[in-house]
Design a binder for this molecule. Sequence first.
Ligand code: DQA
Length: 146
Amino acid sequence: MARVLVLHGPNLNLLGDREEEIYGRATLADINRELARQGEAAGVDLEFYQSNHEGDLIDRIHAAKGRVDVIIINPGAFTHYSFALQDALRAVRLPVIEVHLSNIYAREPWRRQSLIAPVARGQIAGFGPFSYTLALQAACRLLGQG
Ligand code: DQA
């Protein structure tokens, strides 16, 4: 069965309680539960991982090589300054889908730059938790399963 790794970066563990006017009321567990349901229906195996630490995310990306078919990642604020995450994603040569709950282009100017976009197949931003649903749909399409 095809495998998709869903990575959540820093502060996303606080979803539901964090700047609700921007990120909404859904918790990370809610988002993962909905994705798991969607994955099951599509016949795709999902793995979830959240970390507030750049190095942990990088280790997880390295470990995905050869085991995972697509990476869906919301890198949180690392999006905007982590060359190390960019390098790690490039190094493993797996298809990457970048996700954001908020529309990063409609917020502070410093959020308009993504260091992940150059190594991603595509980016989905601005649809709240539905951004993840769209990302998994895109992953299924890449896998020829949707
Ligand atoms: C975010 C957008 C980032 O700018 C921010 O730092 C986050 C969340 C989003 O999902 O909208 O932590 O990635």
